[in-house]
Design a protein around this ligand. Structure first.
Ligand SMILES: C[S@@+](CC[C@H](N)C(=O)[O-])C[C@H]1O[C@@H](n2cnc3c(N)ncnc32)[C@H](O)[C@@H]1O
Length: 262
């Protein structure tokens, strides 16, 4: 597989932008409030995605040159609508000079990296002394959505591809995230969690999971079998109580500053 084409959402940038970006956007915006964007001259957005946050970062940082970086070519192609400089690269091997950025943003990206430790080590390297790194990560298992259990049941015999794995389990508690930051030489981070709320509908959950999350697994089934299983999911979602559609994910926010003297 060519570099830059790994990951669950290969070929699904439009679906990602439509069904998932708006879900995580409020959490990303909250991270931006914690960062000194207004004072920054150079900002790197590592794992920038299709671009929901890009315009917000640019608006909050009128003096800054923004650079978006992602390892997925199709995602970057969708992000190119924003008209900002973008680079196709792995966050674990940044093609960027030492001490060249004031702020590094890693919104919902670090747990996707093959090595979060390498990603943090690289982020630290490209930040100038006094530069600030901002991270969001799902806390615990709150990324699990209402009704996920029925998808696991109907797709139990359709394995995920190996590239769908992530390292969330290594990062999804304050002390675990602090430990990896410290291993990368980033000490004194401010890490806390905040809880958000979103009310799903059977239709919005079905669209997200069938069009994006489980699309690669579903297309491996014969059409009639796929339709049978999708009907089972629809019936299950239709039978869930209204209160079970309320989702309250907790998010870890980390803000770390590279020491001013090195
Ligand atoms: C969940 S999306 C978040 C996108 C954006 N930061 C946001 O908050 O809307 C995670 C992004 O990280 C990218 N990504 C995953 N692993 C990466 C890596 N090793 N290097 C660079 N980007 C990576 C994915 O391609 C994807 O676009």
């Amino acid at each position: 597989m060519p570099e830059g084409m790994q990951g669950r959402y290969v070929g699904l940038a439009d679906e990602y932008a439509r069904f998932w970006s708006p879900v995580i956007e409020p959490m990303g915006l909250r991270l931006l409030e914690m960062l000194p964007l207004g004072l920054a001259w150079r900002i790197v957005d590592i794992g920038c995605g299709t671009g929901n946050l890009i315009s917000k970062i640019v608006a909050a940082a009128p003096n800054a040159r923004y650079l978006g970086l992602d390892r997925a070519a199709n995602i970057l192609s969708a992000a190119s609508k924003s008209g900002v400089p973008l680079v196709l690269a792995d966050g674990c091997r940044l093609p960027l000079r030492n001490s060249s950025f004031d702020v590094a943003v890693m919104a919902f990206a670090l747990f996707k990296f093959p090595s979060p430790l390498a990603g943090l080590t690289e982020a630290k390297r490209v930040l100038r002394p006094g530069g600030v790194l901002g991270i969001t990560i799902w806390a615990g298992d709150t990324h699990v959505l209402p009704g996920d259990e029925i998808w696991e049941e109907v797709l139990v015999d359709v394995p995920r591809s190996p590239d769908e794995s992530d390292r969330l389990e290594d990062l999804n508690e304050i002390e675990k995230l602090r430990g990896v930051l410290e291993s990368a030489g980033i000490t004194g981070s401010d890490i806390h969690s905040e809880t958000f709320e979103r009310t799903w509908t059977p239709e919005s959950l079905f669209a997200l999971k069938s069009e994006l999350t489980h699309r690669a697994r579903l297309v491996r089934l014969p059409v009639d079998e796929r339709e049978k299983r999708l009907a089972q999911v629809r019936a299950y979602l239709a039978g869930m109580t209204p209160s079970s559609f309320i989702w309250r994910p907790s998010i870890l926010f980390a803000r770390a500053q590279v020491p001013s003297t090195v």
